[in-house]
Design a protein around this ligand. Structure first.
Ligand code: SAM
Length: 176
């Protein structure tokens, strides 16, 4: 399944750290690209440095407005999956979402415009309590991929962790 994430409504500076974490979770949980607007351009540098050290080619794209993106993604046959505490319970719809070939997951920051709810193919609640876009995204990505995202290994990585019960084991690639 091809998965992309659209982050909307970010409050400049105030939400920079949360947006960076939304991007880090996206990258580590099998998303290929995050689309962001109105953000600190340093976020892109941070994520590309993570790619360089830990591998993969997760992409960060800056956009002007979310409306055109939603329209063009629909034209490209993406299903729009909006994360909202008001949506249908994940337990009821995860199986349907995981059958899709291409999805664009929309996460908000502050109040999300009403149009998004109408535009979405799925309005999904990770429980009907308010919590966080970072946790909501992580749970959705895990539920629809059943942990497969954690089997990925990147040959391009400069650093690779050897999992261990105690301590830290990291192999570093030597560059000739
Ligand atoms: N009051 C805001 C609204 O109108 O949606 C909620 C803002 S919340 C701090 C930021 C984002 O976290 C939401 O837009 C949604 O994407 C995500 N989120 C928070 N709780 C959620 C839940 N229980 N289920 C799904 N997504 C959630």
């Amino acid at each position: 399944m091809k998965i992309e994430v659209l982050r909307i409504g970010q409050r400049v500076v105030r939400d920079d750290r949360v947006t960076t974490h939304v991007a880090l979770v996206s990258r580590a949980f099998g998303v290929s690209k995050i689309l962001l607007n109105e953000v600190n351009p340093d976020i892109k540098k941070t994520i590309f440095q993570v790619n360089k050290n830990w591998g993969g080619n997760f992409n960060v794209e800056f956009i002007d407005g979310w409306k055109n993106i939603l329209k063009s993604k629909k034209d490209e046959s993406f299903k729009i999956v909006h994360l909202t505490m008001y949506g249908e319970n994940i337990n009821a719809i995860a199986e349907r979402i995981e059958q899709e070939k291409k999805i664009l997951i929309v996460v908000g920051a502050e109040k999300v415009p009403r149009e998004i709810y109408d535009f979405a193919d799925y309005n999904v609640a990770i429980g009907n309590q308010p919590h966080s876009e970072i946790s909501a995204l992580a749970v959705l990505l895990d539920r629809i991929q059943h942990g497969k995202q954690f089997q990925v290994r990147y040959d391009s990585a400069l650093r690779r962790i050897i999992p261990t019960n105690k301590g830290k084991k990291v192999v570093r690639k030597t560059i000739e």
